[in-house]
Structures are given as C-alpha cells and as structure tokens.
Design a protein around this ligand. Structure first.
Ligand code: NAP
Ligand code: ZN
Length: 368
C-alpha cells in the first residue's frame, strides 16, 4: 500500500476511513488462533498508522486467548510487543515522521490527566488505561485488537521511538518483557551491588537478568529447570538456585534485596520470602489472582520484608528503558516464527520450551 501524508487535507477527505487488516485471533478460549480480519480506525489528527514488522509473543497473550484471567471478550487478537514503521500520520502528529521505526507496548491510551497519568504512570491511570488488546475500544466500540495484525493505529503519545542500533525483531520483546522487569528494578532503586533474584527463566525472566546486570546488580536466578543453568550464566546471572532443591534454597536464606517473580501460575511464595534480606521485597509480575497458598506473615514482620506487585511501566519509563537498551546494546534472545506457527508456539511456551521469546515475523501474515 502506498504511504500517504495526511498533512495534505485532500488526502484525508478522500482516503481517511476505517479500514480492515489481516490478523490472527481466536473466537473462544478453547479454539486455536486463526486468520481473521479486524478493523482499524480512520486516523485522528494525533494518530500514527504503523505497518507492523514484528510482534513478540508474551505469556499474557496466551492467558488472554485462553481466558485464564476470566475477562476475555472474543474475538481476541493478542500482541503487545509491536515494532514497525510509520506509514501515515495525522495532521497534528509532531513526534514522528513517515518512515520512522517505532514501537507500541501494552498501552494504547489513558486519560493523561489523572494524578497517576500526570506523573507518567499511565499504566495505573485512575480512569482506566486502554490495553493494546482486549480493552474497551473508545473509538470503534468492542475490544482493542493487538499486534498479531498487519497494521495498527495508535495515538502518538503511546508510540515509542526505536533506538536505531538494535535488531528490530530482537528488540520487540522489550516492549513488554523489558519494561515489565525494568519498572520494578528502577522503582526499587536497583544499582551497583544490589542483590537481585529473578524467579523463572522465560521471556520476562531473561530480560530481568539482562537489565539487572546492566544496572550493576548481583543477579541470581531461581528456576525449576536444571537445563537452563548454563543459559542463565550466559545471560549474566551470577548464581542459579534450583527452586525444588531444599538445600540450595537454604543456602540463600536472607540474601536478596529484591526478588522479581515472573511465574505465570499460582505458587507458594513462602520459601522465597525466607531468601529476602531485611527490608527486602518480592515483586510479583506474573501470577494474578487468589493464591491457594496462605502467606505466612511471620518472616515478613521479623525482617520488614514485603510482597508487592507491578504492572508494565509508563510511556516515559518505556522510552527510557528503550534508550538504555540502545546504549547498552541489550535485546532479547528470540526465536523468530511465522504467524501460522502461533498455536504450536503457545503449546511450547506452556511447557517452557522457548529460548527465550518467540517473535512473529509479520511478513508471514502479509503473505497469507
Ligand atoms: P514465560 O516466558 O512462559 O516464562 C515463565 C517462566 O516461569 C517459565 O519459563 C518457567 O521458568 C517459570 N514457570 C512456568 N510455569 C511455572 C509453574 N507452573 N511453576 C513454576 N514456575 C513456572 O512467561 P512470560 O512471558 O515471561 O510471562 C510471565 C508472567 O508474567 C505471565 O503470567 C505473564 O502474563 C505475566 N506478565 C505480567 C506483566 C505485568 O505487567 N505484570 C507483563 C507481562 C507479562 P523456569 O523453567 O526457569 O522455572
Ligand atoms: Zn506482555
């Protein structure tokens, strides 16, 4: 499709209408993802239209496709690690030009005026931020449709600039796995010498290791998987603790200032609490919901330990993370797949058979 500059008002009148694009999505929790069409809105003055080149595959995509969190409205078109090129822009877009390499993460809108938005915490918008998929769509009605699509239209405030030295496919996971682990690392002031541990070596976990290491932390990994040990060291971990081994768990009692817990499913936090130092905090970014494992508050009270949780990051913080990754040449370890392989990829992700993020090459969707 030819690019079009909407600063030319005639072009707006002639061509600016809602349009459809190819997508992969699912019609129900127990159905595979399949080819479908979704509608993108006519560009508003402050909108950017992005031709999607790559989209990372987050475990949240799978949770939403399969209604693990009980809020999915079908059809669900997942994808919130989006990298692409600007192909059109509204007349009031000042941040981007046609041809720029840009990115979109987990958010496409927020009120930008509440107390949280005012301090760049759009992810905690008090009026409800709009997720890139499965959120109420203010413009078209229905739900927002994510990045497993050819193109997306996003207001410029929620579009990020890609550093020009990073491989675009490998950088896509920074938009969720990167920012979700970066935000707690920054919030809890991780710096040189901070003792950080990460639970789970998957998409988020491997980014947590890389980012914490780049911030100067001493980094450990808790994993169930013996076979990931060598990879963890290569990624920058100083120590690996097999979480099912009681002696290994005992050996790190009272050690960590911060634990980032990326495990997607319900699990017992009590063994990890014991490994926090005085004033240490365990931050949940994975499991959402009511746990069946009661938390023993004794170890928390006795050392002022805390359990907290965190969701993605704000737009300013996401740009800071991208710029940091550009400066330090940090990207994800990725396996690039075709859109048509997404259902197999989900099955492999469920059994932790991914090193360490799938990224969809959208050329495969465009060719279908
Ligand atoms: P992932 O790539 O599947 O990695 C999760 C890792 O957790 C696995 O590699 C595995 O590591 C460990 N694990 C998996 N199942 C487990 C189980 N039943 N018990 C114990 N450990 C298990 O997933 P991801 O994309 O990194 O996402 C992780 C979680 O974060 C998901 O729930 C996702 O929805 C959530 N998330 C949250 C946010 C946020 O803003 N808070 C943003 C993005 C994603 P080992 O083999 O090393 O044990
Ligand atoms: Zn995600």
């Amino acid at each position: 499709m030819e690019t079009l500059n909407l600063q030319n008002q005639d072009s707006i009148l002639v061509n600016n209408q809602n349009f459809t694009v190819k997508a992969y999505g699912t019609q129900a929790a127990d159905k595979d993802l399949e080819l479908m069409q979704v509608t993108r809105r006519a560009l508003l003055d402050t909108d950017v239209e992005i031709d999607i080149m790559y989209c990372g595959v987050c475990h949240s995509d799978l949770h939403t496709a399969r209604n693990d969190w009980h809020g999915s409205v079908y059809p669900v078109v997942p994808g919130h690690e989006i990298v692409g090129k600007v192909v059109r822009k509204g007349s009031k877009v000042s941040k981007f030009n046609v041809g720029d390499y840009v990115a979109v993460g987990c958010l496409v809108d927020a009120c930008l005026s509440c107390d949280n938005c005012q301090v760049d915490l759009e992810q905690y918008c008090l009026n409800g931020s709009t997720g890139t998929y499965n959120s109420p769509d203010k413009h078209l009605g229905g739900r927002t449709m994510g990045g497993y699509t050819e193109r997306i239209v996003v207001r410029q405030e929620f579009v990020l600039k890609m550093p020009n030295n990073l491989d675009l496919a490998a950088a896509a996971p920074l938009l969720c796995a990167g920012i979700t682990t970066w935000s707690p690392l920054k919030h809890w002031n991780v710096t040189k010498g901070t003792k950080v541990a990460v639970i789970g070596l998957g998409g988020l976990g491997h980014m947590a290791i890389k980012l914490a290491k780049a911030l100067g932390a001493e980094v450990s990994l808790f994993s169930r998987s013996e076979n990931k040990k060598q990879d963890a060291f290569k990624l920058g971990a100083d120590k690996v603790i097999i979480s099912t081994n009681t002696a290994e768990m005992q050996s790190v009692k009272g050690k960590f200032d911060l634990i980032i817990d990326t495990v997607p499913y319900d699990h017992d936090l009590n063994p990890y609490m014991m490994t926090l130092a005085t004033n240490g905090t365990l931050v949940l970014v994975g499991f959402i919901g009511q746990s069946k494992y009661p938390l023993h508050t004794g170890p928390m009270i006795s050392r002022r330990r805390a359990v907290a949780a965190s969701v993605i990051g704000g737009i300013k913080e996401t740009q800071e993370m991208l710029d940091f990754c550009g400066e330090h040449n940090i990207t994800s370890e990725v396996e690039v797949i075709k859109m048509q392989d997404i259902n197999t990829a989900y099955e492999r992700m469920l059994v932790s058979d991914v090193q360490y993020r799938f990224v969809i090459d959208m050329a495969s969707l465009k060719a279908e």
